[in-house]
Design a protein around this ligand. Structure first.
Ligand SMILES: Nc1nc2c(ncn2[C@@H]2O[C@H](COP(=O)(O)OP(=O)(O)OP(=O)(O)O)[C@@H](O)[C@H]2O)c(=O)[nH]1
Ligand SMILES: [Mg+2]
Length: 391
């Protein structure tokens, strides 16, 4: 399915600031889009933002802006225009008529990254199903004329081969992949049943917050961790023993704003690990300027996968990267998300979250003992209610 090229593409980024939305928020979203483009091997270039009540249903941005961007593309080397929202099939067709370069939307970019990063057969099957589902309503002429070019961002996967541009082929492939995933689901469910009477703890959180680093810290395992988005696509489960208390710890795929629905659907068997866990360890990158929005996205995704309402520990990570100093009393700069120091952030989040919370640095191993004590106390509570005879 996957043909990875190291070919670096020059991109432009296009976003819309909706009415009532702060322009700074749009820029933060475009920062994330840049990170996604880099993760996919591209080079983020110029940004175009338009203020609109809502995106234009025909062309996403208005006609004047469309002309401005199209003139820019003609004058500067641009391989790819990336839109920070999902585009409808007809928006794609209309914009393609105006732009002299390929266009992709945020969903296509995320799917491309997942395709690049999928290593196990389960992850590959899940990503391919999501790609096929995404592509089916979007089969247009571009796939037939582009398939012969070298692969690039958004071109990997089912769009590349001539036969795969055929709708009937995609439908057949979707059926086959679904059948394969059903089989995988069954096997994983049997594996989970065999694990016996152990409390299950699942690491969840936005992508790149440090989940795998924490998994490695607690379990002394070697899960792949890296400063890229979606380093982890599959679930790893390890038995961990803290203060003689054993339990199971799982690390899985991270969440992101507007995670394509097709991905959530097809990652069912990976996410079952979260759904069937007893305790959620919600990891947050407290040093990230958008951490508040990220917490909201994770909570919303947990609702979507029907895994909310579980006992949760909020694990605020990367405290080493926060503003360390309490503010000088003479500094009258109004507090903003980006200039709050660690002490202020702790106060805000302890008051807001009514669940056990702990602030650590997984890299510098700060407050890790306090975190272990808290975790083991929560595990024991569950153990005592579920299997009192074992305590
Ligand atoms: N400064 C700092 N960096 C950290 C800390 N913990 C993890 N990181 C870094 O954050 C990056 C992401 O870490 P991962 O453990 O891969 O994060 P993840 O949540 O598993 O990410 P995905 O699997 O991509 O969703 C890596 O470069 C880590 O070294 C920390 O406490 N402080
Ligand atoms: Mg990870």
């Amino acid at each position: 399915m996957i043909e990875i090229t190291s070919h670096s593409e020059t991109t432009i980024l296009i976003g819309v600031t909706r009415s009532g939305e702060d322009p700074a928020t749009t820029q933060e979203h475009l920062d994330e889009l840049s990170f996604l483009i880099e993760t996919a091997g591209g080079i983020p270039g110029k940004r175009f933002v338009q203020r609109l009540e809502y995106p234009d249903p025909r062309t996403y941005i208005g006609s004047g802006k469309l002309l401005e961007v199209s003139a820019y593309i003609l004058q500067h080397k641009t391989d790819l225009a990336v839109f920070d929202d999902e585009l409808s099939p007809s928006q794609i067709r209309n914009i393609e008529k105006e732009f002299n370069c390929r266009i992709i939307d945020r969903n296509n970019l995320i799917l491309d990254i997942f395709a690049r990063r999928a290593r196990t057969s389960t992850a590959r099957t899940q990503v391919e199903l999501a790609q096929c589902e995404y592509l089916l309503p979007r089969l247009t002429g571009r796939w037939t004329h582009l398939e012969k070019q070298r692969g690039g961002i958004g071109l990997r996967g089912p769009g590349e081969q001539e036969i795969e541009t055929d709708r009937r082929y995609l439908r057949w492939r979707i059926k086959l992949l679904k059948r394969k995933l059903k089989e995988i689901d069954k096997q994983k469910a049997t594996q989970r049943k065999k694990r016996g009477q152990l409390v299950r703890v699942a690491l969840v959180g936005y992508t790149n917050v440090g989940k795998s680093t924490i998994m490695n810290l607690l379990s002394k395992s070697e899960v792949f961790a890296e400063d890229k988005l979606f380093a982890t696509l599959d679930t790893t489960v390890r038995k961990v023993v803290i203060h003689t208390q054993p339990f199971l710890l799982s690390d899985t795929v991270g969440f992101i704003r507007k995670l394509p629905h097709a991905l959530i659907e097809s990652f069912k068997s990976t996410l079952d690990e979260v759904r069937e866990s007893d305790i959620l360890l919600h990891v947050v990158d407290i040093s990230h300027p958008d951490h508040e929005e990220q917490i909201g996205v994770v909570k919303q995704t947990l609702v979507e996968i029907r895994a909310a309402d579980k006992p949760t520990i909020m694990l605020f990570n990367k405290i080493d990267a926060c503003h360390p100093e309490p503010k000088d009393p003479d500094d009258l700069t109004p507090p903003e998300r980006s200039n709050l120091n660690l002490e202020e952030l702790q106060r805000i989040w302890i008051a807001r979250e009514h669940v056990p919370s702990v602030f650590i640095s997984a890299i510098e191993k700060t407050h890790v003992d306090a975190f272990r004590d808290l975790l083991v106390a929560e595990v024991r509570k569950i153990q005592q209610t579920q299997w009192p005879e074992n305590c």
